[in-house]
Design a protein around this ligand. Sequence first.
Ligand SMILES: O=P(O)(O)O[C@H]1O[C@H](CO)[C@@H](O)[C@H]1O
Ligand SMILES: O=c1cc[nH]c(=O)[nH]1
Length: 238
Amino acid sequence: MSTHIGAKAGEIASTILMPGDPLRAKYIAETYLENPVCYSQVRNMLGYTGTYKGKKISVQGSGMGIPSLAIYTTELIKEYGVKTIYRVGSCGGMSPDVKIRDVILGEAGTTDSSIIANTFGAGMYYSPIADFGLLDSAYHTAQEMGINTKVGNIFAADRFYNDELDLQKLIDYGVLATEMETAGLYLLAAKHHIKALTILTVSDHLLTGEALSAKERETSFDEMAKLSLETAYRNIND
Ligand SMILES: O=P(O)(O)O[C@H]1O[C@H](CO)[C@@H](O)[C@H]1O
Ligand SMILES: O=c1cc[nH]c(=O)[nH]1
């Protein structure tokens, strides 16, 4: 067991799908994995391992925000030898180029989180980026599956509710959407030399105020889950 994950050695796959919501982890595991086994219920941050088309994959909730994601990511890497993480999340559309239900591949992560400054010190503006091989693979896998994707810069907000933020400036500079984890995931992936990619579904749009209903979220999130699993399957070589 690690401090926050109640799994024994060998119970977690080297490839992880990581939604923020632990109930999305349960849904993905129970809907798409063969023989899913729940390996952790610590703090109800559920984690499951099963197989997808015969290859071992785990699904682990991260919680919301970089501080929570960093706990699970660090323990998965350092205590369980995880090598690849796909974040599967919801996001708020920002750019007029993205629409509700769109699937977005996070090419890079912008953030107002202190994690960059805490890592590099003041004056160094490190750019967290996706693993290019996974990004390329997800993009082409989506095309084969008939899923239209948008690729670009994702803003990982430090606060979900933030009246002080200049959202329009980020939109003007081409940021596609906002969520709360990607920049932290990509930074930690770089630090520990593992691969990471964020795949998101636009659940609401900050410009139009549109939002998916609970039922619509289920079907839209299914597209993201299937793309993540198929990409993961194609990139597992062990
Ligand atoms: O749907 P998940 O993966 O939780 O992601 C998004 O939803 C949460 C906010 O509602 C944040 O974690 C944000 O990143
Ligand atoms: O972090 C998030 C997630 C979904 N929608 C938002 O507006 N922000």
